[in-house]
Design a protein around this ligand. Structure first.
Ligand code: FPP
Length: 250
């Protein structure tokens, strides 16, 4: 199933509204949402997805109240404590991309340990984007290239290879929960030919079965990557005649 969908990226949106609708503080939504993360990681693995990239905290999210930012830090820490064993058992290769310098040292240690232990694992490539922004990733990739190759012209492949997790490659499917229809500075280069799917379901209500339905639905779409479908009739014998007629009118 969904054999051509190998890399799924998700903008996990709607936590705050989910909580507010229940008259809870916004952070409740993040707490519930972090539980959903484990379910969807498992579902991705179960459905044969090779890479799953999750937007957990954007460069713009630093503008949120400090207590909300603190809760997101704690949830990342708790996730690592709780899920590391399962990720290792499932041979998941884990990485955090983004600017993690402002995370607490204890969390950075957990990340480093898990990244090191799982880096050569053959299973699902799970990436958390934390303090991440696509423009920042592109600028730092270009700067990395310039400093390693002074005076050289950069190619698309060079740029791709300087990204924070180049081996995950292009995104095949970008899902955004929570009803908004925008890409919010997420993997802008990698989603160039991604299929987009926007669901009104808020992240804390997102389930493995909805995830599976989305994969099934999107795998029926025809992806043409700017070309034509196999069934397109490109053989129009009269086209030369039409072009002749048109140019005689110019
Ligand atoms: C967007 O919802 C969500 C985030 C900014 C954070 C996403 C984080 C999680 C799902 C939990 C973190 C878990 C781990 C394991 C790192 P929003 O707050 O913008 O929702 P709103 O649009 O309803 O306000």
């Amino acid at each position: 199933m969904s054999s051509d969908i190998k890399h799924v990226a998700i903008i996990m949106d709607g936590n705050g509204r989910w909580a507010n609708q229940r008259l809870h503080p916004r952070v409740w939504g993040h707490v519930r949402g972090s539980g959903v993360v484990s379910d969807i990681v498992q579902a991705a693995d179960d459905n044969g997805i090779k890479a799953l990239t999750l937007y957990a905290f954007s460069t713009e999210n630093w503008a949120r109240p400090q207590d909300e930012v603190g809760v997101l830090f704690k949830l990342l820490h708790k996730f690592l404590l709780k899920e590391s064993k399962r990720l290792i058992a499932n041979k998941v290769s884990f990485k955090v991309i983004g600017d993690v310098t402002r995370l607490p040292q204890a969390t950075k240690n957990l990340i480093n340990d898990l990244e090191n232990e799982t880096k050569s694992f053959p299973g699902l490539k799970l990436t958390f984007c934390f303090s991440y922004g696509a423009r920042m990733e592109m600028v730092s990739a270009i700067n990395k290239f310039i400093s390693e190759n002074p005076g050289k012209t950069i190619t698309e492949d060079d740029l791709q290879s300087c990204f924070m997790r180049p081996e995950t490659g292009d995104v095949d499917l970008l899902i955004r929960t929570g009803g908004e229809q925008r890409v919010s500075n997420f993997l802008l280069w990698q989603i160039a030919y991604a299929e987009l799917y926007f669901t009104p379901t808020k992240w804390p209500d997102f389930t493995p079965s909805e995830f599976k339905r989305i994969l099934e639905s999107v795998s029926k779409r025809e992806r043409r990557f700017g070309g034509l479908s196999a069934s397109s009739n490109v053989n129009h014998p009269s086209i030369d005649r039409q072009l002749e007629v048109q140019s005689s009118h110019v």
